[in-house]
Design a protein around this ligand. Sequence first.
Ligand SMILES: [Zn+2]
Length: 314
Amino acid sequence: MAEVETVTGPVGLGDLGTTLIHEHLKMRSEPTAEQFPHLYDDEEALRRATATARALVDQGVKTICDPSCLYHGRDVGFMKRVSEETGLQVVPCTGIYTYNELPQYFKNRDEDHMAEVFAHDIEQGIQGTGIKAAFLKCAVDEPGITDDVGKVLRACARASKNTGRPLMVHSHPATRRGLEIMDVLDEGAVDPATVQIAHTGDTDDVEYIEELLERGPFIGMDRYGIDLILAADKRNETVLTLLERGHADRMFLSTDACAEFDWFPAELIAQATPNWKSTYLFDEIVPQLREAGMTDDQLDQMMIENPRRWLGGN
Ligand SMILES: [Zn+2]
């Protein structure tokens, strides 16, 4: 596959450039936003997301992957407006983000149907637009691979195999979920080189991370700024250790920040995670990692080459 779908159409793999693999332009509690729109200010959301995108472009970021899907209030029209206004390339996905429960619609239908729905977004387009999903997204968190979560994971595996698109799985490293995820994907005969285990950088347990890397996936060191889970200096130590051990070709650096985010009151987020912004990576973290010995080649590998390889399916 020589091209990748973005919200403004396909781009060549070689034109992705510096890519943040996990950033959200807008994340909302989907049923709440649908039913109580008076709680939201859409113009302000657009202003915020556009400001973030513009700041990233100013830092030299050319592309973001926005893994917003079902339960995040995925809105590809919004992504497209932000992309058109700023020039930032935005790569969208399809999938379901749940730690436990599914919507009744999917609860009462089988995983083959779910896989077909995902394939529709990849092959036909998302939400009645011609915008096509470039990758699949699902989640396995602390509750583990429950019946419903397993169903989503297997449906994503099937859709990934059938369409040749890569798969990003949110994980919970404190419970070593990455290994269980790989067990299910191995059973589904998914090529591990198309898999990304997101949030692996939430732990500094290098032994676990190397055990996971032996299974062949890419890993997301992708939550810089969420100090409540792991402080930046610990995240850096882990990344530097993995670089020393030769794993630059498997890691992504990102922040998982959301330009517009309704899960908590805004004041609370600003107070609890003051650094959690998409621009934090190049403002603070990259200079720190460089200072500590990360080479330009290693940075390019993580920010340019690995996104190109993962999105390209190898
Ligand atoms: Zn995310």
